[in-house]
Design a protein around this ligand. Structure first.
Ligand code: HAM
Length: 437
């Protein structure tokens, strides 16, 4: 029964107490406040650069993801695929790029098409710290131009996004996979080189040496890493055009003050990359899962999904890992959660209902207690809510048409104010509070 537990239900029957599936998490308040803050920063940074939000289905025809390449782990081993009642073979999205390119092919928007997204991704991986079966990404894609300056724009915006979150201990590794021809030639050269050393590789990597040599380069197994340290490098196999592209990307990052390190062994897990590939890692994360976002150019993907040729570039960044890095750096701690005002009504609930909505309809965040509880019990809820101010209504207030305004943060000072002035007075008090911070 895995991690399921049982709990008695009213009838005396014992029902299963279900848990979230292995490798998934519930994101609850106040943690979800940080998610919202992160997404708001992302939307702001990319919105300011002309990127619009794209939303596409959570599942696609499995073919959309199979085109990511058969050397790709997410395709070979990790896909959540199923047949629907109409016998269609579908899969939950393991990543965000293929669905965006599928949508691009289908709708043929005017290029340059610049979009961003927020999406869950599903991969049947072995869960560990920072690795989930459902994780979430914010990402951006720019489709319709092969200009290396577009690579620079996307990388620099990703960098600025992390900065805007307050993260500073990040490093950026950059590589070029060259043109599709360069990539193929390099893979063949590498396969030949590995073929002569296959016995020295970690056993788990041997099967990949001939057919998926780039995966071997990506291996985190020590024996294999020691062997591939001397392997030929893609950066030595770049065509003139690909080398020029790479130089221009580096010049752009230099000009914009985005620090990076060239890593010719950076082979990302997806097979669609051409030219630039990169990965940001969080220095504050000690686990092996320290990549907080990666991306690259994918000039052949639109065609392999049945569309017209359309070069593109983009990245995805894992929200869970970014928040782990933010924890480690003590960033993103101030997020707006909870409400500003809590209404306590011990006269039966009419005033509580009406005043709370009057505040909300005037743009002030407000909450109240339910179940006609005692003053003491309601004040407890008010304190727990984190509200700055409480509005109290008892029989005396009700009779004289006033409400009592109590400051919950500065030692509990309080004053009575006419009900008609409530919204204006509360707004002013909140503004004063804000200014004093
Ligand atoms: P990816 O490197 O597979 O790239 O994933 C992007 C980011 O998602 C990773 O850097 C990491 O932060 C997070 N991530 C991936 N798998 C997991 C997991 N199992 N648990 C937690 N976080 C995870 C892509 O998905 C590409 N679509 C990126 C891209 C966009 N390339 C071009 N455009």
């Amino acid at each position: 029964m895995g991690n399921r537990r049982s709990a008695p239900v009213a009838s005396g029957v014992v029902a299963d107490l279900f848990q979230a599936p292995k490798g998934t998490r519930d994101i609850l308040p106040p943690e979800s406040d940080r998610w919202q803050a992160l997404v708001a920063v992302f939307a702001e940074v990319f919105g300011r650069a002309g990127y619009g939000l794209v939303q596409s289905p959570m599942f696609e025809d499995i073919g959309v993801f199979q085109r990511l390449g058969e050397g790709t782990e997410v395709v070979r081993k990790e896909m959540y695929d199923f047949f629907d009642k109409g016998d269609r073979h579908l899969a939950l999205r393991p990543e965000g790029t293929a669905p965006v390119v599928r949508a691009f092919n289908q709708h043929r928007p005017t290029v340059l098409w610049k979009v961003w997204y927020l999406t869950p991704c599903f991969r049947y991986e072995e869960p560990q710290a920072g690795r989930f079966r459902q994780h979430h990404q914010v990402g951006a894609e720019a489709i319709g131009s092969a200009d290396p300056d577009l690579d620079v724009e996307v990388i620099a915006l990703q960098h600025d996004f992390y900065r805007a979150l307050g993260l500073s201990q990040l490093s950026l590794r950059l590589n070029s996979m060259g043109s599709p021809g360069d990539r193929q030639a390099y893979a063949a050269q590498l396969a030949g080189w590995l073929g002569q050393r296959v016995g020295e590789l970690d056993e788990a990597d041997r099967a990949n040496a001939a057919d998926h040599p780039l995966r071997v380069l990506d291996s985190k197994r020590e024996r294999t890493m020691a062997v591939v340290a001397d392997a030929p490098l893609i950066t030595d196999c770049l065509s003139e055009e690909a080398a020029a592209h790479f130089v221009r990307v580096q010049a752009g990052l230099d000009a914009l003050g985005v620090a990076y390190e060239i890593d010719p062994r950076l082979v990302r897990g997806l097979d669609y990359y051409t030219h630039s590939t990169w990965e940001f890692a969080a220095g504050a994360l000690t686990s092996a899962q320290n990549a907080v976002g990666g991306g690259g150019r994918y000039d052949g993907l639109a065609e392999s999904l049945g569309g017209k040729p359309a070069p593109g570039v983009g990245f995805g960044a894992g929200i869970e890992r970014i928040l782990l890095a933010a924890d480690a750096e003590e960033a993103l701690t101030e997020t707006a959660g909870g409400v500003d005002v809590f209404v306590v009504d011990v006269t039966g609930g009419d005033a509580g209902r009406d005043l709370t909505f009057e505040l909300r309809r005037n743009g002030i965040s407000a909450d109240r207690a339910f179940d006609a509880r005692s003053m003491k019990a309601q004040m407890k809820v008010a304190d727990r809510s984190g509200a700055r101010l409480a509005l109290l209504v008892g029989e005396d207030e009700l009779e004289s048409g006033v409400v009592t305004l109590r400051d919950l943060r500065s030692g509990g000072g309080q004053s009575a104010l006419p009900r008609a002035d409530m919204v204006a007075e509360v707004a002013q008090k909140l503004a004063e509070n804000e200014a004093a911070q």
